[in-house]
Design a protein around this ligand. Structure first.
Ligand code: ZN
Length: 436
């Protein structure tokens, strides 16, 4: 068990106030703080670049934003919470009538005291997010009253999208992807918890001297960052079979896990085994096309099995995408708990044995290897895997270098130990090769 509780708490406090978005200085500053934990590389991808069906947007930065009444009283102040401003709001400095302002005010549907989180990345617009009291304070005024609205923001066509990358080499060139996102402003579970936890996970992996896989770890703005990164690293991402997405890992509620697109994949089985061994009463979420960057990485061209372990999964908790997802709701202790589950998952995955059949086409002629019963043809195959010959046939059928021993064990209902004995015997006969 690793214990980074105090350090995680320290970074939660440092990073919480920064104004992050899909581009901008808040993201760079966040990545610079993470560099204190692990030697990640900060990369910049130029605004305006076409990436698959998308375009990297202009860089957005904001200095200040407020709404004042006719007497100069500040009614809404970006300096009090960066969630007050709709992310990617265009600049404005205008006197407006109440009827003009009202359409640009957003309040939380159900929680009166919460400031909701809103963005307008791809439609040029502006807006303020407010509590119900703030909304009423403005909207109950004299309809003829004028308000001064200022948003001191700017878009830069020559800017860029910032991301963090760390490659930790293992014995094999085969890569394992770990991805998290850095685009949410002041909210702790979604996703400052994931941003920071990933850095401490990387720190632990850096300390491991005996890794089999090479770990590609990235901190990107959600969606556009994952798409842009995949575009510039297509060959590497295409060659990856497995990964973990890191999001919403530090709430007060339940541990959950979202399966990857192939529910029978080894990584799902391992997570279930880890959670069972820890006696955790978890919620299982089947794969869904909604979600975080697991969507991009398991799209048709990549098909990476990328489950996630969460503590108060996105969409599922009341404070999701609101100002109440703050440092009272999230703690280093809860993040550290999830961190240990991720590390155990990776450790178990590292140990999982893999074999590959050395014959690419058709079955082996078993009698050549003295593996076939002397008299053929008479018996009907049994429904259950009962003989060594059955295990041999299943192993030769399934060992493609990806399908692991745990999966084979689950599929044919034979213990892992027994399968490994037969697999090692097939290696000695030159039919299988052990990859790890
Ligand atoms: Zn979110």
């Amino acid at each position: 068990m690793v214990d980074y509780i105090n350090k995680i708490d320290k970074y939660l406090k440092k990073l919480f106030p920064l104004t992050r978005s899909i581009t901008g200085n808040g993201n760079r500053e966040t990545l610079r703080y993470l560099k204190e934990i692990v030697p990640l590389e900060i990369k910049e991808l130029k605004s305006g670049t076409d990436v698959y069906d998308w375009k990297i947007p202009r860089e957005w930065n904001v200095e200040n934003a407020w709404i004042k009444d006719k007497n100069g009283n500040v009614l809404i102040d970006f300096m009090e919470s960066n969630l007050h401003l709709v992310s990617y709001s265009e600049p404005i400095n205008k006197i407006l009538k109440l009827s003009e302002l009202k359409n640009h005010l957003h309040k939380h549907k159900t929680i009166p005291e919460a400031i909701p989180y809103r963005t307008s990345y791809y439609k040029q617009d502006w807006g303020f997010c407010v509590t119900h009291d703030q909304y009423d304070e403005i909207c109950n005024r004299d309809p003829d009253e004028k308000f001064h609205v200022l948003i001191d923001s700017e878009f830069n066509e020559n800017g860029s999208l910032s991301l963090g990358e760390l490659i930790i080499p293992g014995k094999s060139k085969k890569e394992f992807l770990i991805s998290t996102y850095i685009c949410h402003p002041s909210m702790a579970n979604d996703n400052l918890s994931g941003t920071i936890m990933t850095a401490f996970m990387a720190k632990e992996l850096l300390n491991e001297s005996n890794l089999f896989y090479t770990y590609r770890i990235i901190w990107v703005p959600e969606t556009i960052g994952a798409i842009a990164y995949s575009f510039f690293n297509e060959k590497n991402i295409k060659a990856i079979n497995h990964g973990l997405e890191v999001t919403t890992v530090g709430g007060r509620g339940s541990i959950g896990y979202k399966q990857s697109f192939d529910s029978s994949d080894i990584l799902n089985l391992i997570i279930e085994e880890v959670l069972k061994n820890e006696n955790i009463d978890y919620i299982k979420y089947p794969f869904d096309i909604h979600g975080s960057d697991e969507r991009q990485f398991s799209s048709i061209g990549f098909r990476i099995n990328m489950p996630l372990i969460t503590k108060d999964k996105y969409y599922e908790y009341d404070y999701y995408h609101s100002s109440l997802d703050d440092l009272n709701y999230v703690s280093g202790k809860d993040i550290n708990k999830t961190l240990n589950l991720y590390l155990k998952t990776i450790k178990t995955f590292e140990k999982e044995s893999l074999y590959v059949n050395k014959l690419n086409f058709c079955e082996a002629m078993l009698s050549k290897y003295d593996l076939y019963p002397k008299l053929g043809a008479a018996q009907l195959p049994s429904k259950k895997v009962s003989s060594d010959k059955d295990i041999i046939l299943w192993l030769l059928h399934l060992c493609d270098g990806k399908y692991s021993i745990s999966q084979i064990s689950k599929k044919i209902g034979v213990s892992k130990n027994k399968i490994v004995v037969v697999a090692d015997m097939l290696c000695a006969k030159g039919l299988l090769q052990k990859i790890k």
